[in-house]
Design a protein around this ligand. Structure first.
Ligand SMILES: O=C[C@H](O)[C@H](O)[C@H](O)COP(=O)(O)O
Length: 239
């Protein structure tokens, strides 16, 4: 599993804090990454203690972990189809979070683990989306590369569109295999450097309308709460 800056204890506190918001009977979106993994483990402990919930996984990794800790799972289609229960709450990590007022709520970059396409489906479908981070993820303005999942045949077209939007795309390469990272959906990832992102909503619209883009990692105005774990406690920001 990908790891990132910030202490493990801080990530654990963030994950455990968000899991307190889960109620009996809830359908819960299970995020991906090292911080969301703490939430999944904490949820597994609550299931052991009798909590009756179903999870909806956002990746192969979150599915494996959920099964490992005993969380019953349903598919996204089962959760949101006709007469389906819906998703009550989603708990997910982030690579960078800015709440500087340029958007209503928070502007977030996700996809460091290449899971952002399914994460956005689940997080956006949830009644409440809780973001779990450590303080290293907080920023005044977004400035990290934006991961973009692309159809392999559309890689060149998307890269050209990114350059036209004054971005610098780099194909994400796998660490333990020769070749690129391939997502759970069989696609490639371009990590796109845009410098300081002063208008994330506008960039998100541009990227969403580019042919070949399966999904980009800008989550604008989707989050309802940010749980920031620190080495001493947790700060919860309501949006
Ligand atoms: O694709 C991965 C996800 O968007 C993760 O939620 C994000 O990269 C944060 O992961 P972590 O908590 O490990 O920093």
């Amino acid at each position: 599993m990908k790891t990132s800056g910030g202490s493990d204890a801080a990530k654990r506190r963030a994950g455990e804090s968000a899991v307190e918001a889960v109620d009996d009977g809830d359908v819960v979106g299970l995020g991906t990454g090292s911080t969301a993994a703490h939430a999944i483990r904490a949820l597994g402990n609550r299931v052991d203690a009798g909590l009756d919930i179903c999870g909806v996984a956002t990746s192969f990794a979150s599915r494996e972990l959920a099964l490992d800790v005993g969380i019953p799972l349903i598919d996204l289609d089962e959760a949101v189809g006709p007469d389906a229960p819906g998703i009550d709450v989603a708990i997910d990590g982030a690579d960078q979070v800015a709440t500087d007022g340029t958007v209503d709520g928070a502007a977030i970059i996700k996809g460091g683990g290449a899971a952002h396409a399914r994460e956005k489906l689940v997080d956006a479908a949830a009644d409440r989306f809780l973001v779990v981070i450590d303080p290293s993820k907080e920023a005044d303005v977004l400035d990290r590369p934006v991961p973009i999942e692309v159809l392999s045949s559309g890689r060149g077209v998307v890269a050209r569109a990114v350059r036209a939007a004054e971005g610098d795309p780099t194909l994400r390469r796998a660490e333990r295999k020769d070749g690129p990272v391939v997502t759970d959906n069989g696609n490639l990832v371009l990590d796109c450097e845009f410098g300081t992102i002063t208008d994330p909503a506008s960039l998100a619209t541009t990227l969403s309308s580019t042919p070949g883009v399966v999904e980009h990692g800008l989550f604008v105005g989707l989050a309802d709460e940010i749980h920031v774990g620190t080495d001493r406690g947790v700060r919860v920001e309501q949006l």
